[in-house]
Design a protein around this ligand. Structure first.
Ligand code: SF4
Length: 755
């Protein structure tokens, strides 16, 4: 809704607001995929070709300040007939009544707009339900007078108008307050202004931005403030703030709360939480027959939505949504999804914007929202995005699915097994990359996927979990087969004598992410370790005109002594020999400056060996260790050892829970030892990655090993200096740290002693 004078809304969105009723029903139904839906529409349109039939007719009309627009699927002037096509799969009578109610509401609005456009006195309306499986059409039709349809239109618009007027008033008040908004603190911190200005300029120029900004400059307020300042003049509908982990989301909510308070902003700030965290009935399923908060959900939603929208003083965070949801007896999780439509700032995980079925991206696209996106800790985005576009099938999962499959599904699953065997025979090595997914395997997967889908349509009861899980993996695999290309590899891994795994492994997420950067008004990715910028721009598919800023650090070289221990090698083959010198170096540093230290190693094995050696040689120095799969309380206990004035060394793994996102200011941490370059393990998968990076970007080693490794090193060392008062020491332990190309990747404000 970028127009501020009026309120523009699509017919579909209007009806979703006014015509949805009854239960929320998120039972897995075998609905057609988006592509099947498009193909189904095309089949129906092709059957009507010739004559005067017009497909995809654009229609629009006004009701007071409301501008309603949409596209009917077809109009036949000879029969004065408007058609609206809906694709489905399975039994026609399993289409819920509340869905059909919604479809009629939509079609009747098209009917009114058509009557108005052509000056008709009446019109014929047909809802065409097209079964993707049988390709049959079931048509429901009626004839309505222009007068009746005008009444219908006015009824729906009238009901929406009250809300639209509130929204317009909210938007006007929001924009006025944002125009007047002042920075919430007396002054910017060093570096914070530089960051804020770069983001403001990027938004003004509709460009994306990569911002490397050190910790301690107030990044969260420093990013949110300039986007909000840009919102009124750029006509931004939404600001989406994405974070990799929960603490990052909390920082964003705190910053939004500070800005709201300081500017008395009538800003709706929403926190999106994962369903398993927000669910009130984890033992139930999301439909009216199972969960009381899904029963009658749409009947009670208007009141809950109004209450949530009126909560202008508070944030719509998890706790507030829960309170409102329970007061109105609607599911808080789905209330949150609904409020995404009506919020100004939305805080959530990366997947809401970047993954294949990203909710916020889909909503923004459908509603044409002008959206500015901020992604915090964005050095994580390469790995996260790769996993979003990767799918794995395991032979054991196929066996488990077959063991519980109804008789009719055994054959299609067997066919997968046979095609799999062929692939496995053609790839005898423990790990092998294949050129592409064989046609036989793709067909077998396709057939089995369709057979399970048809089965679900015929018997709408939940599948056995093993079969369901395999089915979802097949669907994801099929989606990725469709888009398979240079950005991914197809490989087979032998797990043991009996079992193999097939994987479509994304290595360059750029082709999937580029449309998201292209659509957003501006996207800012920011992190303390976001260099070199071309690595991120290449792998993530950022637009060619993306800007880049390396924000000056507020810290000074004298705050941090950085030494390279170049006489030690931490290479795998030198590890045993490295243990003693590392222990001596750590003990020497500790005795010179007693206090709390973190020591990072490349693996738990190396950590254990180093800690054993150290403890044996220096039993008087307190130590504590990170262990595999630590629980939340165990992690908290590890960090609690770092008390102000405390003494000892915590042994941790680089790239693990304590290598980033840990804040130990002042005397809580006075130094770190990093006994690894953090290079990803040399294994067949990473070697494949290297080859692909070399072929695509001419930088195989750097893109696969060096850059990701050094990002982890800098993140870990970054734990030492958190404020301008902090002082500390970092030891980079390995001769390769003295190499010029490695030194170049360290923060510019460090003065590194390599003697
Ligand atoms: S409360 Fe849980 S089970 Fe019920 S609708 Fe919400 S998410 Fe689904």
């Amino acid at each position: 809704m970028s127009e501020v004078a009026g309120y523009s809304i699509a017919v579909r969105a209007l009806c979703e607001f006014t015509a949805k009723q009854g239960d929320l029903d998120l039972r897995f139904t075998p609905s057609p995929t988006a592509q099947e839906g498009i193909a189904g529409h095309a089949v129906v349109a092709s059957r009507r070709e010739g004559g005067n039939y017009k497909a995809e007719v654009t229609l629009e009309g006004d009701f007071g300040p409301l501008h309603v627009r949409g596209r009917a699927d077809g109009y036949d002037p000879d029969r004065n007939l408007i058609e609206e096509v809906k694709t489905y799969r399975g039994r026609f009578d399993s289409i819920p009544a509340n869905h059909r109610h919604l479809h009629w509401a939509q079609l009747r609005i098209y009917g009114h707009l058509m009557c108005r456009q052509l000056g008709l006195e009446q019109v014929n309306l047909a809802l065409v339900y097209f079964d993707i499986g049988s390709q049959q059409e079931t048509v429901l039709s009626e004839t309505r007078s222009a007068l009746e349809l005008a009444g219908h239109f006015e009824d729906h618009c009238g009901r929406f108008l009250a809300w639209a007027e509130l929204e317009l008033a909210h938007r006007a008040a929001r924009d006025a307050a944002l125009d007047a908004l002042r920075f919430p603190h007396a002054d910017f911190r060093p570096g914070q202004r530089q960051l804020a200005e770069a983001i403001f300029r990027a938004n003004a120029g509709k460009r994306s931005l990569l911002a490397q900004a050190p910790t301690g400059i107030g990044k969260t307020v420093g990013t949110l403030f300039p986007v909000l300042k840009a919102a009124p003049r750029e006509g931004l509908d939404k600001v989406v703030f994405l974070a990799a982990k929960t603490p990052g989301r909390q920082l964003a909510l705190d910053a939004a709360a500070t800005l709201k308070r300081s500017g008395s902003l009538p800003l709706r700030v929403l926190e999106l939480t994962a369903r398993d965290k927000a669910c009130e009935h984890p033992d139930k399923a999301c439909h009216g027959e199972s969960c009381p908060l899904a029963r009658g959900f749409y009947d009670r939603l208007p009141a809950a939505r109004a209450a949530a929208a009126a909560t202008s003083a508070a944030l719509l965070d998890r706790a507030t949504l829960r309170e409102i949801g329970l007061a109105h007896e609607v599911c808080p999780y789905y209330l949150g999804s609904e409020m995404a439509r009506w919020s100004d700032v939305i805080v959530g995980d990366y997947n809401y914007w970047f993954d294949g079925g990203a909710m916020l991206y889909a909503l923004a696209l459908a509603n044409g929202w002008k959206t500015s996106v901020l992604a915090d800790e964005a050095h994580n985005l390469v790995a996260r995005a790769r996993s979003m576009y990767t799918a794995t099938l395991e032979r054991a999962a196929l066996r488990a699915a077959k063991a519980v499959a109804p008789p009719g599904l055994v054959k299609p699953l067997d066919k997968i097994g046979r095609a799999w065997l062929d692939v496995s025979r053609a790839a005898p090595l423990p790990y092998q990359v294949l050129d592409s997914v064989s046609e036989k395997l793709a067909n077998a997967l396709q057939n089995a996927g369709s057979a399970i889908t048809e089965h679900l349509a015929a018997f709408p009861v939940p599948l056995d979990p093993a079969l369901q899980e395999f089915y979802f993996s097949v669907l994801q695999f099929l989606r990725l087969i469709e888009s398979f290309g240079e950005h991914s590899i197809f490989d087979l891994t032998r797990i043991d004598e009996r079992d193999t795994a097939l994987c479509i492994r994304n290595v360059v997420p750029a082709p999937f992410l580029a449309p998201r950067f292209g659509f957003a008004h501006s996207t800012t990715l920011f992190s303390a370790t976001l260099g070199p910028w071309h690595y991120f721009a290449d792998l993530l598919g950022m637009p060619a005109d993306t800007a880049w800023v390396d924000v000056d650090s507020p810290f000074h070289a004298h705050q941090l002594q950085v030494h390279v221990a170049r006489a030690i090698s931490t290479r795998y083959q030198h590890r045993a020999a490295s243990l003693r010198p590392i222990a001596e170096l750590m003990a020497r540093q500790y005795r010179e400056q007693p206090g709390n230290y973190l020591a990072f190693f490349s693996s738990f094995d190396y950590l254990a060996q180093a800690a054993d050696a150290f403890e044996k040689a220096h039993p008087d120095v307190p130590t504590w260790r990170q262990s595999r799969r630590m629980s939340e309380p165990e992690r908290a206990a590890f960090l609690e050892r770092f008390t102000p004035g405390g003494r000892g060394i915590g042994f941790a793994v680089l790239g693990g829970s304590f290598g980033e996102g840990v804040d130990l200011p002042g005397e809580r941490l006075i130094g770190a030892f990093v006994a690894t370059l953090g290079l990803p393990q040399l294994n067949p998968v990473n070697e494949q990655l290297r080859e692909r990076m070399q072929a695509m970007f001419g930088a195989g080693y750097d893109y696969t090993y060096l850059y990701p490794g050094l990002q982890k090193v800098v993140q870990a060392a970054g734990r030492v200096i958190r404020t301008e008062q902090d002082r500390g020491t970092v030891w980079l332990i390995d001769d390769r740290f003295a190499r010029a190309d490695v030194l170049d990747l360290l923060p510019a404000w460090w003065e590194v002693d390599v003697t």
